[in-house]
Design a protein around this ligand. Structure first.
Ligand SMILES: [Zn+2]
Length: 249
């Protein structure tokens, strides 16, 4: 395909096979389906080009960042089970802002769309909370079911910045229903969060105000433990490199 479109089918997606005299899919069709799936992801423009291949690993990066990227590679590699089913568990990237959590989550989502043709969605937690909140108001056009269905049904969902905003009790219940329904349906979800699920592995004390449990319902935190593998991106020393990398994008 070039800028003027496909030279074989003129973007109709079908060509007539001269031997059988029947229409068949043009070779550009799959590429177009994938690009439509990418467009439907809902990834904000500033993250649209995030891939593992352009994840900043230049210079003096920590082992932790390398390990995070390796974990993503492995996750993508092992996404399709031997029996053809999709992987059930997700990932949760944890660490302060600006470390590349969203970059990695978007990169994994895009790779899964490109390699396996899955349907995916990206949602920012703060917007999601506001949108759910709005469905409780009278006279809104979008019902809660309409809002949540695509998020429940996506093969892979990214929830960015989990805990960035404290939801009201009603919204909390709805969020739990959404995440729990994905868990029950065995659909993987990728999360990013500035807040920790656990206290440090090495017993390091994490202040109470950095814990996810104070930001979202406890039921949701315990579900997260069952449905997503934590990947920490919080080592001191990465921050400046990552800032530079962002500026260079
Ligand atoms: Zn074509």
């Amino acid at each position: 395909m070039n800028e003027r479109g496909c030279e074989f089918c003129r973007d109709r997606g079908w060509i007539v096979d001269l031997v059988t005299n029947r229409a068949r899919r043009c070779s550009c069709y799959q590429a177009r389906v994938r690009s439509r799936r990418r467009d439907a992801l809902g990834i904000p423009p500033k993250y649209a080009d995030c891939r593992l291949s352009n994840f900043r690993l230049a210079g003096d990066v920590s082992d932790q960042l390398l390990e995070a990227r390796r974990n993503c590679d492995r996750y993508i590699e092992d996404f399709l089970e031997r029996d053809g089913s999709l992987r059930e568990t997700g990932l949760v990237f944890v660490g302060p802002s600006g470390r590349g959590k969203t970059h990695l989550a978007v990169a994994v989502l895009c790779e899964l769309v490109e390699q396996y043709g899955v349907w995916g969605r990206f949602v920012d937690f703060t917007s999601l909370v506001a949108e759910i909140q709005a469905t409780f108001q009278q006279g809104v056009e979008l019902s809660q079911a309409d809002l949540l269905r695509p998020l429940q049904e996506a093969d892979v969902l990214v929830v960015d910045e989990l805990g960035a905003r404290r939801p009201t009790p009603f919204v909390s219940d709805t969020l739990y229903l959404l995440i729990n329904s994905r868990y029950m349906a065995r659909r993987p979800t990728l999360f990013t969060s500035n807040y920790y699920l656990n206290t440090g592995e090495d017993g390091a004390d994490i202040p109470a105000d950095r814990m996810l449990a104070g930001r979202v319902p406890a039921s949701l935190v315990s579900r997260l433990h069952q449905m997503a593998k934590p990947i920490s991106i919080d080592a001191v020393g990465d921050y400046r490199h990552e800032l530079q990398a962002y500026q260079h994008r």
